[in-house]
Structure formats: structure tokens, C-alpha cells
Design a protein around this ligand. Structure first.
Ligand code: CU
Length: 181
């Protein structure tokens, strides 16, 4: 029984942590990271609410593209020569740990000038939806892990998903099952 209670506590903790966990956004949605089709990455980014701990996923053919994180200055001048970080696997998931801007360019000649660039603005986790971002004092609200689980936040993208929330629901079900014994 003691073991079951420990397990229950662990699972409840997992469930609570789960609701505050990351969303995953595929850069460019179904188009991915590409020169094809004139994807407007500025528009793509502007329809999302990126929060710290969210993840952005770059999918591309690494024979023709890569991903370079650069400074604001280098982003504006299309300088791919001194990146902060370089990704080139063709399937790169990047955790947005800090708040603020992340600037990305494709490092292949001419690509960023042609539009293969994106400015991702990461806001604190308490800015949970675009509708309440106009309300004041976001820093005064308690950490999101202390608030009761909310309904799944509404995101504008069909490609964003919440695997951890599914896991949370499963954890609660298992916990209830264990508690019943
Ligand atoms: Cu490219």
C-alpha cells in the first residue's frame, strides 16, 4: 500500500507538471523549412504564441538547407557567417528555453534573402493565450504548475499538439486505478 501511495504521488506530480509542458510547433507548418512555395515565415510566427519550454521543429532536406540561429544584427544583415548555433540534421527540434527573440536563417547562399528566415518571439509561460495577453500583471500570477489544470489551450495551428497533456490524462487514470487498490 505504501508503494501504491508513492506511485500515486509520483503520477499525480507527473500529471501536474504535464499540463504546463511544451507545445511543439513545426516551422512552416506542412510546408516545413523550404524555399518552395514562398512560405511566409513571418506570418507563420505571428500566428503562434511561443512560450518558454515550447519546442520548434525544423523539417527540411539537409542537402539544400540548414538552420542557423543568429543575432538580431546578423538576422537583419543576412550574415550567416557567425551563427550562435547551427543545425543540419534535416529534422531538428529546438527547445525555446529563454524568453525573447530567436532569430533563424537558412545558411545556404541566397536562401535567407529569398525569405527563408524566421524571428521567433518567446514570451513567459504565464502568457498562456492570445486573448488574455492584454490583461495586466502577468508576473503577479502564480506559476502555472500551481494553477489547476486548464482546458487544453487554444492554439491557432493544427500542427501544434500536446503530447504531454495526453500523458497527463493517462497518468491520472493510472493513479485513480492504483488508488482503487
Ligand atoms: Cu535553405
Amino acid at each position: 500500500m505504501a508503494l501504491a501511495q508513492k506511485l500515486l504521488a509520483f503520477l499525480m506530480m507527473t500529471a501536474l507538471l504535464g499540463v504546463s509542458m511544451a507545445s511543439v510547433y513545426k516551422v512552416g507548418d506542412s510546408a516545413g523549412w523550404t524555399m518552395m512555395g514562398n512560405v511566409d515565415y513571418g506570418k507563420w510566427a505571428s500566428t503562434k504564441n511561443f512560450h518558454s519550454e515550447d519546442v520548434i521543429a525544423y523539417e527540411y532536406n539537409n542537402e539544400y538547407h540548414n538552420v542557423k540561429q543568429v543575432t538580431h544584427e546578423d538576422f537583419q544583415s543576412y550574415n550567416v557567417g557567425s551563427p550562435i548555433a547551427v543545425y543540419s540534421s534535416g529534422s531538428d527540434s529546438i527547445s525555446l528555453k529563454k524568453t525573447g527573440h530567436y532569430y533563424f536563417l537558412c545558411g545556404y547562399p541566397g536562401h535567407c534573402q529569398a525569405g527563408q528566415k524566421v524571428d521567433v518571439l518567446v514570451t513567459p509561460s504565464s502568457f498562456r493565450s492570445s486573448t488574455d495577453s492584454s490583461t495586466s500583471a502577468p508576473y503577479a500570477s502564480p506559476p502555472s504548475t500551481m494553477t489547476p489544470p486548464n482546458p487544453i489551450p487554444v492554439k491557432n495551428s493544427v500542427s501544434s499538439f500536446h503530447p504531454f497533456q495526453l500523458w497527463s490524462a493517462l497518468a491520472v487514470l493510472i493513479a485513480l486505478f492504483v488508488a482503487a487498490y
